[in-house]
Every structure is written in structure tokens, then in C-alpha cells.
Design a protein around this ligand. Sequence first.
Ligand SMILES: *Cc1c(COP(=O)(O)O)cnc(C)c1O
Length: 460
Amino acid sequence: MKNDYAAEPYRIKAVEPIKKTTRDKRETLLENAGYNPFALKSEDVYIDLLTDSGTGAMSDRQWGALMQGDEAYAGSKSFFRLEGVVQHITQYKYFIPTHQGRGAEQVALPYFVKKEGMAFISNMHFDTTRAHVELTGARAIDCVIEECFDTSTYHPFKGNFDLKKLRRIIEERGAENIAGIITTITNNSSGGQPVSLENQMAVRNIADEYNIPLIIDGARHAENAYFIKQREKGYEDESVLNITRKQLALGDIFLMSAKKDGLVNMGGVIAIKDDEALYEYCRTRIVPLEGFPTYGGMSGRDMEAMAVGLEEALDEEYLRHRIDQVRYLGDRLRKAGVPIQYPTGGHAVFVDCKAIAPHIPYHQFPAQSVVNALYLETGVRAVEIGSFLLGRDPDTKENLQSPLEFMRLTIPRRTYTYKHLDVVAEGVVKVYQNRDKLRGLTFTYEPPVLRHFTAKLKPL
Ligand SMILES: *Cc1c(COP(=O)(O)O)cnc(C)c1O
């Protein structure tokens, strides 16, 4: 393990105390939470790796910008400032702010569904994207390369589309039945895995060939661009901003959760390259769903912070440290023999729980069992990305089997130190060493959609 992890490119100006709990206390807390850490109070969590969504630290520049928020209902100065930044980065014509990524999804996605029986194809749909696709009545089909499911073998771009499969699905269903192709960068659900520019270009060519719209789900476009710079031949000397522009130039519409690479706690983006009809559709729909088009779902001050955050997220020193933190945690776990999605991606370490707990079948949620054990061990909160999250088949109502059962250790941006990651690593290694004791789970309460947020479970 070469110690070449970048040091923090910032110093700390404000601190937020966190506190440890005892194992006895955590036993009770977890039982009361229905063995679902989403129901824990954050003050009962020592190190919170539930998500990188909206959990990052803002910079002094962002806190300063907040004060300049223009809270006008219509035509806010802060809107125009943010619009300028979004146009500068995306080089798209139109911009509408939303309260977060799913706000952008609910406004824009129905536009593409012109009739019954349509489908979206993505390298991998994020869970809210899948939910919004299904709410339109369309199907969500994933189409990532096979290498993505082989966690132990190195591949630089495990988020890539399987291009042959993409073509086959289009041919089989008929291009007129494909509502859109969604490129998710980075591919959150498979490990924050990047998509190469070469692959993104090939997807654009296929979309053109069949006349299918291309939607970019770009919550982590900056992290994806950084990986392209690191791993793809020909881009070593390009700026991350330029690479980002090349990625976005391939899309017709860009939907973004700004809670990721927007470096804010709340916010979202709809940006449209030039399709006026699509823009008119979104601008009409945003009013009842999110708000007037110059604030969408955001306050003026939050738009100011986001304008700064979108630029800071493209800073290469920042990105290097960010990605190195993830790599560091991954390296520590691998050194101890813990199976993870390798190489590590942009925002989290994904621990392969199918490999850790092969004795727990998918419908008893092996990764959720590991997540719970980690909380009991150290007070660290992680999250399950597997069959518990995936839910049920909309037709048969059977539990779907996820090809991967992950515990995601998600690193918030600019929030924790390498020493915190040591604590996390030690906890995971202990759980791994006691893996024979892990037990499956069953529902005591199961909601009909997005069940992982509110379900209650009990150990078998
Ligand atoms: C987080 C995320 C979303 C949804 O965004 P929210 O801000 O959580 O509503 C959509 N797609 C991807 C890839 C995401 O990571």
C-alpha cells in the first residue's frame, strides 16, 4: 500500500462534534429502528456513511455567498448567477433549478414517454430514477457491462454500457418503444464506477442511429471526468472542466442532483441543450411541481451556494483528495482480505456482501445484515445497495434478486478525515472476521414503493 494519498487541500474553519455510543445502547437503538439504519437518529451515529448526498461541507466562499441570496419570487438575481455557471459548465441553452435530483426527474422524464409500453435504457438506473421511470408507466432496463458484476477483477470503467446489449435491446423492443437512453455518470449503484468518454460517445452514436433522446444523469459528472483524466488514454492533459463539457455535449438533457457534485446540501438541475419544446414542457410542469421557473425548488441563497459549489467541484486538487479518500478506505479493506468492488469508484467503497455472507439468500438481505453488524460494532452507519433496495417485480410482486449485494460506505465531501476512515476500516474488518455469525432478515413492515427508506425488519 503506497502512501500517496493526497492530504486535505483545505483547513478547517468550523467543527461539529460527534459522539460515540456503547454497544449495549446501539443494540437497543437498532432494534427500535426496525433493523433499518434509515430510522436511526443521526445523533446516535458516530461516523455517518449513509450517503454522500447533501452531507458534504460547504466552503467559506459558499457560506459567504449565502448572504447574497436574492429571495425574489420571480427573476431573482441568484437565479441568473446560477444560470450563468450552469451554462458555462454545460454549454447548454436552458436551465431550470429543482429542489433536488428527483425533482428534475419528476418534471422532465414524462416528456419522453409518448405511449404505453415504452422503456428507458440506462447503464444503471439510480433508485429514484427507476421509480420516476416506473411512475410514467415505462420500464427501466439496465445495460451495464458484465465486468461490473465481477467485483474482484480490475476494469477502469465498470460503469460502461454494454454496447452490444444496448443495440440488441433496441432492436428487440423496436426503437420507437425506447423513450430514452440514460447515461448515469458515475454509475452510482454499481460502486460509483465511471463511464469512459469513448463509451459515452458510442452510446451517442447509437442514440443518433435510432433517433432516441439521450439523457445524462450527471449527479457526479465531475468525479466521472476526473476518472477519465486518470484512466482514459488521451485525456491526461485535459482539464476536468473540458472533459465534463465533452461528456455533456453528448446529451440532449442533463439532470443533476446538486447534493453530489454541486457541493450543496440541497438542490438540483435541469439543463437542456437546445430542444425548445422540451424546455417549454419542463418550464410549464415545474410550476405546480416545484415552483416558479426562476427558483424551481430552491431558495435564492441556496442557488448562490450552488453556483459556487458547481465550480469548486471541478477543482482538481479537491477531486484528487476526494477520490483518494475513497481509494484509501478501499485499500485498507482489501489489505485485510475484505472483498470490495475493485477498483474503488468516486464516492464510496462498496463491500461485496454476497462474498462475505454466502449463507444468507438474497431475499433475506445479506448486505443489510452486514450494515447492521457494522453499526453494532462501531456506530458507523452504512447503507445496503442490493436486493433490499431493489424491491419487487411490478408484475409478479416477487422479491427481485440484485446481481450484487453491497454495503456502501459512502464518503461525504470534505467532511471526514483519514483517521475517521481508519475507524471505519477497523469496524468492517471485525465484522468480516465474525462473518459466520451474520443472520438474514425478514420484514415486519414493508411499504409499497422505495421500501428501503421506511421498512421495518427483524433478524431470523
Ligand atoms: C442522488 C441521485 C439521484 C437523485 O437525486 P436526489 O437529489 O437524491 O433526489 C439521481 N441519480 C443519481 C445517479 C443519484 O446519485
